[in-house]
Design a protein around this ligand. Structure first.
Ligand SMILES: NC(=O)c1ccc[n+]([C@@H]2O[C@H](COP(=O)([O-])OP(=O)(O)OC[C@H]3O[C@@H](n4cnc5c(N)ncnc54)[C@H](OP(=O)(O)O)[C@@H]3O)[C@@H](O)[C@H]2O)c1
Length: 253
């Protein structure tokens, strides 16, 4: 019988696992007994450190590392080939987390090349990633797709319209896919966080002066708190088409 609450021994592909949120998601899934295919772009040392600690703590898990440039379609295709080779299995859970967030607030300062880059990494890559995993999920009638979006999807946050557009598109794509893929027992959800510390985007409270004072809960979010929600979506197979805002009480609507 199909278990829609258990992720032990599933294979999860997590993009951007070299970063703050992706790394926390990898720890969460390893703790639940899932095998990991983890991607990085430039920061191999951060991912190697994480992988080596996970391999020590969870010696029975298969953990593979993959370089990818999400702006290049062939680079994404190579990840699928390598994951198949390393794990000899289809991806059960996709966490499309990697993202780019160069902070430029005002439209008159945003070059059109930055808009294109933002859309390529934050939106088009997720489309290509889903295309690459969906056939396997359909065949086995089990799949979980989770996008890391942002409070920016609702027009809020400290970044500009290029970032908002990429994350808004991601949430719309999530809702559309959830209705198309439900018949295959594939759920599609997103997490929309704000102000997550210990990340490349917001390393600590001092990286954006005055920011913490604007957050009703009075602190930055921890990457593990975002990872908890990702895990909840993976383990709760009756939830689909939802985006959960993790924003410390910040208004987003
Ligand atoms: N931090 C926040 O406050 C916050 C709030 C809302 C949403 N988010 C979202 O959370 C997600 C994770 O970000 P984070 O906060 O954890 O920041 P982060 O620590 O900077 O992580 C970003 C990750 O994305 C990867 N990446 C960036 N460009 C890439 C490319 N062209 N190809 C492949 N991978 C690429 C990075 O790889 P390398 O480091 O290896 O280059 C890194 O692993 C993003 O989608 C972001 O938009 C973050």
């Amino acid at each position: 019988m199909i278990d829609n609450t258990e992720i032990k021994d599933k294979l999860v592909l997590i993009t951007g696992a070299s970063g703050g949120i992706g790394g926390a998601v990898a720890i969460q899934f390893a703790s639940a007994g899932a095998h990991l295919a983890l991607t990085y772009s430039t920061n191999i040392s951060s991912l190697e450190t994480l992988a080596s600690s996970l391999k020590t703590s969870f010696p029975d898990l298969q953990i593979s590392l993959h370089e990818v440039d999400l702006t290049i379609e062939e680079s994404i295709q190579k990840v699928f080939q390598d994951v198949k080779k390393k794990h000899d299995a289809d991806v059960d859970i996709l966490v499309s987390n990697a993202g780019y967030g160069k902070r430029i607030s005002e439209i008159w300062d945003i070059p059109s090349s930055e808009f294109d880059k933002m859309i390529d990494i934050n939106l088009k890559a997720s489309f290509l990633l889903v295309k690459g995993v969906v056939d396997g999920m359909k065949a086995q009638k089990w799949g979980r797709i989770i996008f890391i979006s942002s409070i920016a999807a609702y027009g809020a946050g400290i970044n500009g319209c290029h970032y908002a557009a990429s994350k808004g598109g991601l949430n719309s794509m999530m809702m559309n896919l959830s209705s198309h893929l439900a018949e295959f027992n594939i759920t599609v959800n997103s997490v929309s966080p704000a102000m997550v510390g210990s990340t490349g985007m917001i390393p600590d409270e001092d990286s954006v002066p005055g920011l913490v004072e604007t957050i009703p809960l009075g602190r930055l979010c921890k990457p593990s708190e975002v990872a908890n929600v990702v895990s909840m979506f993976a383990c709760t197979g009756f939830v689909t088409g939802q985006s959960l805002v993790v924003a410390g009480g910040l208004k987003h609507l």
